[in-house]
Design a protein around this ligand. Structure first.
Ligand code: NAP
Length: 256
């Protein structure tokens, strides 16, 4: 497959989980890929090594997306080292659980700064360069079913993903004339390190699995397949939409 030949992609948080699977899949489809990490350099380097071993081109950049200067530098590095930046995957994300009345300013800022502010300003840096170069582009945000569905005791996470939904809708209109599309992927429960606690505790996992019509967690590779579609010409006429990938979880309303 070479749907993305000649394209350059930046995937934030691509040293683990969904981001790692996306970086690998975009590279398999021909894109050169910037792998970004914040804390775990070895895992991120392993992603780069895997891509290169498979014949792809990839570079490693450290960028904490909650820091504006890092966002600008991440896009600059893509242009300097790989010659362009056509696809941006805003994947980096964190969650911190707490009862609403116990949420601290520090935790609020941590979640909003990574999940929303980071995606906002990284997208701004991405768009400025494309606008100046008069090139089209693709923005794919890793949102969540919780851009829409309640998640009690995770109010900051829900607020950040809800903000991402509205930003995506707004930008689809503002960036359409520049030839830049923007869409969200809203995963349900995917088997990644963010869910380590959940996956290790049957008391939490079993009721969740009973709520998922397909009866299992999703795989990072499945999310990556959807991201590759949204990055490709097959999705040239797709913008302003959220693509839910949740095994049917959101449709599983039951009368009590
Ligand atoms: P994960 O394995 O914990 O990955 C999170 C990634 O984000 C890590 O690579 C981490 O990099 C990176 N990151 C965190 N803070 C960062 C920062 N300030 N700057 C740059 N990178 C940062 O979790 P995941 O499940 O793959 O999550 C990926 C995305 O999917 C998140 O946005 C999450 O909200 C979303 N999502 C996941 C699920 C799910 O069930 N797994 C469901 C819905 C949505 P370092 O390790 O280097 O810090």
């Amino acid at each position: 497959m070479s749907r993305l030949q000649g394209k350059v992609a930046v995937v934030t948080g691509s040293g683990s989980g969904i981001g790692q699977a996306i970086a690998e899949r975009l590279a398999q489809e021909g894109a050169d890929c910037v792998v970004d990490y914040r804390d775990h350099v070895e895992e991120a380097q392993a992603t780069v090594d895997k891509i290169v071993a498979a014949g792809g081109k990839s570079v490693l950049v450290h960028a904490d997306v909650s820091i504006l200067a890092d966002c600008t530098n991440l896009i600059e590095q893509a242009w300097q080292q790989l010659g362009s930046c056509d696809i941006l995957v805003n994947n980096a994300g964190i969650e911190i659980g707490a009862d609403f009345w116990d949420v601290t300013e520090k935790d609020f800022d941590a979640v909003m700064d990574v999940n929303f502010k980071g995606a906002f300003f990284l997208t701004q840096a991405f768009v400025r360069k494309l606008r100046d170069a008069k090139k089209p582009g693709r923005i794919i945000n890793m949102s969540s079913v919780h851009e829409d569905m309640v998640f009690p005791h995770f109010s900051t996470y829900c607020a950040s993903k809800g903000a991402m939904r509205m930003l995506m809708r707004d930008l689809s209109v503002e960036l359409g004339p520049l030839g830049i599309t923007v869409n969200n992927i809203a995963p349900g429960a995917i088997a990644t390190p963010i869910n380590t606690k959940l996956m290790a505790d049957p008391k939490l996992l079993d009721p969740l699995l009973r709520n998922i019509p397909l009866g299992r967690l999703g795989k990072p590779e499945e999310v990556a397949g959807l991201a590759a579609f949204l990055a490709s010409d097959d999705a040239a006429y797709v913008t302003g939409s959220t693509y839910v990938m949740d095994g049917g979880l959101m449709r599983n309303y039951k009368e009590q």
